[in-house]
Unconditional design. Structure first.
Length: 378
């Protein structure tokens, strides 16, 4: 039996993702435009999205963990041209070297011990091992400290094939934040002293800062899916998801009746309420109910009333004619975006996107095929 909710659906527009990738690639000129598909492609399904990016020419992919790398490799198994799969959070299990070597995964090495282990493995099998070296320029997160990194590059790394040196901006979504320039200067110092190495600094927001941040490879993630409203030219991105839920029940409610948990909402006049088959278990943020949240039914606004429940929400359809059980409501799409949710709830669009899809039925759509391809989230 399928685990998803058959009365709500997450439509994922693959044409929009392809268009976003082409647009991002056009912004970075000669730099490589990779694809970040961690967390099951931000919750949208790696098996549906990876082939679309491949068909657009993407050959460099980033994931967070080894199991995601395996899922990505399986999703691309029918394609002939070589792809490069980088594992961002690195391997930390004993004996990982054989597994990575066998599957041709490229580890992002975030500490000196991992560098030593990968180097020693290469020496053992007399082979240079592909690797990415990740150094810290201000995040103080998983990475090699800058002072250790400069010493590392001066040492012998005879058995490492360093494909990329990368870092990560802490404040790329704030264009005027001085931290961006500080981190850029650190990376420029590496590029100046080690010009033969390829460099990667930016993910989605950093692409829109300035071409001087692009270097040799960029790593867009959420921008692939159409979400990155920080900068003016990001408006050309197309959101790829539409979230819909079916009306399960319609009831007439008298004035002064309470609705939902804790009686947070009271009708002011006789009203018609519809109950939708979706709730916070499907990613609808609880905070949306008291922040002017609404859905669209027949193209008209239906305010969310009462608290969001785990599996259900109520909306006011008093002013919408001819509403019936079985009609569909749009929660995202048709002019309602994740950015609207983010503003109303104070959550980031990253977090909101990732909360979708665990129980929702996913339908991948493309104009080229004129049909949907269903997929169940793992």
């Amino acid at each position: 039996m399928n685990a998803f909710n058959t009365y709500s659906v997450l439509n994922i527009d693959l044409d929009a993702i392809a268009s976003n990738y082409r647009y991002l690639r056009s912004l970075v000129n000669s730099s490589i435009c990779a694809g970040v598909l961690k967390a099951d492609s931000y919750g949208l399904g790696i098996e549906g999205i990876a082939p679309i990016l491949y068909n657009e020419g993407c050959r460099h992919f980033f994931v967070a963990y080894t199991n995601e790398a395996v899922a990505l490799k399986n999703a691309l198994s029918t394609f002939q041209q070589k792809t490069h799969i980088y594992v961002l959070n690195g391997p930390y299990l004993k004996g990982w070297e054989d597994y990575y070597h066998h599957h041709q995964f490229i580890p992002v090495l975030n500490d000196l011990e991992a560098v030593h282990e990968w180097q020693s493995y290469g020496k053992e099998i007399s082979q240079k091992m592909p690797a990415v070296l990740h150094f810290d320029t201000g995040m103080r997160r998983l990475a090699i400290p800058f002072e250790d990194f400069t010493k590392l590059l001066q040492s012998k790394l005879d058995y490492l094939d360093i494909r990329l040196i990368m870092s990560h901006l802490s404040s790329a979504d704030e264009k005027d934040n001085p931290a961006n320039l500080e981190q850029l200067l650190w990376v420029n110092s590496i590029k100046k002293n080690y010009p033969n190495f390829s460099i990667s600094l930016v993910s989605s927001s950093g692409i829109f800062l300035d071409p001087s941040y692009h270097f040799d490879l960029v790593r867009p993630g959420i921008a692939l899916y159409g979400y990155n409203s920080c900068f003016e030219n990001a408006e050309k991105l197309t959101p790829c998801v539409e979230l819909q839920a079916m009306i399960l029940q319609i009831q007439d409610v008298k004035a002064n009746e309470y609705v939902g948990y804790n009686r947070t909402y009271q009708t002011k006049c006789p009203s018609k309420l519809a109950t939708l088959a979706i709730g916070y278990a499907d990613g609808v943020p609880c905070a949306i109910h008291n922040q002017g949240g609404y859905v669209l039914i027949k193209g008209l606004k239906a305010p969310i009333v009462g608290k969001v429940s785990m599996d259900l929400i109520n909306v006011d359809v008093t002013d919408i004619p001819d509403v019936s059980v079985g009609d569909w409501a749009t929660l995202l799409g048709d002019k309602i975006t994740l950015d609207n949710w983010a503003i109303a709830t104070k959550y980031s669009n990253y977090e909101l996107l990732l909360k979708l899809g665990k129980r929702l039925r996913k339908v991948y759509t493309t104009q080229k095929q004129h049909q949907g391809l269903e997929s169940v989230s793992c």
